[in-house]
Write a protein that binds this ligand. Sequence first.
Ligand code: FAD
Length: 336
Amino acid sequence: MMQTDVAIVGAGPVGLFAAFECGMLKLTSVLIDSLPETGGQCAALYPEKPIYDIPAHPSIDGADLVAALERQIAPFAVPRLLERRVERLEGTRGAFSLYTDRGDVVQARAVVIAAGAGAFGPNRPPLAGIEAFEQTGAVQYFVRRREALRGASVVIAGGGDSAVDWALALAGIAERIYLVHRREKFRAAPESLARLATARERGSVEFVVPYQLRGLHGEAGVLEAVEVATLEGESRRLKADTLLAFFGLSTDLGPIAHWGLHSAMHHIQVTPSTCETSCAGVFAIGDVATYPGKLKLILQGFSEAAMAAHAIHPIARPETALHFEYSTSKGVPALQ
Ligand code: FAD
């Protein structure tokens, strides 16, 4: 059982910054995330990709942005409950209880949902016995460190940006790269497609089109080959030790979808000026929130975090009037 002013569901970039904004208003918070590490999509999906539209950072990699946010919230020593999915929400404005799948109960005066696309998971190809290969890392859906694939023989499956970007990023690192797609055409930025065509000409990426994944061959989680087939049934075995499957993310909000909050197309509707949902005391920010003019950008999520924290202050501290102050006047607590 934990008690806090604000329970933040989701420790992606926006949830992390919400913890900072709460701290600046002297509100305590707890971060809860189903992933084993903080950073949401930035950490899990594109840690080594540069982001170009974070204000005052001409370019910053996903992992570096998360590390910077962690440094920014460090003075507030925000507790985290990681590898826990929030399942249930009970209570009313000023007195909520959140329940996780690991049996934790967090009591909070207000709730901030910064759940992005939900407790997200990759769309997994329906291949027999895939779990054993997932456990050993022979089948992966996110690349954490491209250096880990140095000298590997890699099958990349998918036809979108992720498949194309990783084929390019691993060229020159992996020993062999097969790019498997069910169509001849890839859906990616024109510049990436041009680079991919060059990589193909140079022989650093071999196109396997129009093929689909059909099976995995190997023992005890050690992958030896990936079987692919055309719609007509013509099959090939690609010798490989790693399969990177990029078939998108499931954008299921999971249990949050059943909390009775007004939603539209898997997103939670909020009042734009406060980010409060249809349930008083429950706020939604970042990718999960929607309102007219919403842009799914990290910078917009940061601004929503500030608005939500200010709107929460009267709920958590009804006895104290909130006087707006700049951070330059307030400063931050010294690190212990
Ligand atoms: P997320 O980062 O999705 O984090 C949400 C977290 O909530 C996750 O960690 C999830 O596990 C957790 N969660 C959800 N439900 C639960 C639950 N029930 N219990 C516990 N935890 C839960 N944006 C930009 O601004 N600029 C870019 O250049 C850019 N490039 C991108 C490139 C790629 C390849 C991708 C995929 C996205 C990119 N984005 C970019 C989008 C950006 O990453 C998102 O806007 C941002 O991550 C949203 O942050 P968030 O904190 O709202 O959600």
